[in-house]
Design a protein. Sequence first.
Length: 602
Amino acid sequence: MVNSGTFFGRLISIDTLISFDGVVPSPADLQLKLISLIEQFNKALYTENQISSESESLCRALCFYFDKRLTTNKNNSPLSWQKYSLKYYFYGYSDEKFCLSDQLETLLGASSLVIFHYTWKLLTLLIQSEGEIDSLLVLRAGYQERYSSQARIPSLSSIEETSSWATHHSVVSHAPLYVFIIGPFAAKWFSQNHLSSTGDNSIVWMVSGYPNDLVNQLTHLDTNHHAAAMTFFPVLSDGFENSITMIEEIRAWQFALSTTALPAQLPCLLGFYTRLSLQRYSHDPDRAIWSGKLTPLPNSHLNVETLIANLISELEVHDDGNDFYAIQRHAMGSTFVAWLAEVQIMNVLQKMFDNTKLHLAGVTLADHGVGFTRHGAWSSWLGEKYGILPGLSKSIAMLPLPMIPLALPEQISIVKPEYEFTSAPPTIPNRRLQIAVLMTFCICLITGLYWFSMRDQDGVHTQQSLNALLKNLLEDNDTNIDEALFSLSGTAPLFENGSSILMPESERELAELVPKMMLLPQQTFLIIGHSDSTGSAVVNQRLSIKRARVIQEWLIDHTGLPANQFIIEGASDSRPLTSNTTKEGRAQNRRVEIIPLSTQYN
């Protein structure tokens, strides 16, 4: 059964969204959400054997508090909220003599410690919204002794863990730790961090926008450096328009990583970015407030849900009722986790770690920014669930990177010996050797220029060879259907240049696939969208994903298969079928491929 603290936290989440200059699309809808939460809160208090008169008084105080907050909200017309007043709904009349501070004083003297702690938090919120007016400060001072005698003291271990997460250890190995930023948000949101390093050069950050980039970078690291490696998988709460798209992108990475030959298991820190409180540092407003840590037990099988629960416990420890920002962060963090669980993002992330060589090494949560430029997956869910949307920002601050502690190197350096290298013995400088090195460099430079001139042709030949192999598999799909691949790349072009709208003649190719796919009602398919080389890399990547999604929607409509049996991926212009130098070649490269995934992956 859900306890009263959960409902109180949801009410504080709504209050926090109001403080974020929240937008109320429908006052009537918000009123219904608040009424429901207050009634459930009161019922939960009754179930917990709280005195009914004290519970009713607390709910009454909440009604007056929210009425006042919404009446003074600059994004909501005062007159519009008066029609939906909570006190009118519950009590049917205007009690002009009612004084909220007097009501709080009565509740602070309640016999129940549960009621006292809820009231103390409400007083803290009221002081923040109303300002430090004398009557409220006197009220807080009068009950400070009772609060201090009952306040929870954070455990030493919790304080040490948070401190350890925020600072680097003084002992740093000679070789830096290489952290590869991966996932669907890496290339777009963290490109500025590529090859950046900490002040003491103990950590080097590298961006791997695609799984193949990760393999190539790890191979280079294996060949040229003596260093340990790990990965960082960031998740932006509003980075995609809706939760379905976010899940599709995470699943695409899961499939790509499961079929990519990573040389060894890699520790992975999972990081979430969202706005949880009003706390920001005046000297560094882009700085995030981090919660969570790397685990000290890297060899155990860790569970995403368990680590997130530990993270919420950390927020709860610091929410002692006296720190306004900690109250907001705990409430919004709990609501954020509820979203991750309800829309299945938490489950999808767990499957990614279960089915790839990424080894979950910790979970962290960044309280960051002053809002997104548009309402995405997280904000849309808040609007549906609570009737209020977070305020928007005119721009997005650069996303900060987590501070990875190096206090216990064995926590991180768990990569297999492929990444453990021995330093070469020191040599005495030699004039002839220096000349030889210079000549070798010049030869490599000339060779590199030639290789780049031939790369497009080589890529075409490689893709053509692959397609010939796949064609043979297609001809034998009756006996080995799991190995087959449906390639929509015939002579008829699928899309116009720069468009994700299907051309009329392309539907014939799609229609030919429908009978084959309907014979596989339990099969999962990977849909890969491609583009030609015109346009920027960012535009091509988005366009290839859109094209894959168009094919996905068409197949759902015509095969009757559910949406969760189609995973989409955008390959941009990285895998051309033919040269992009001709109009015909570019038309062929604007294609989509459909791959039946293996039974093991399903």
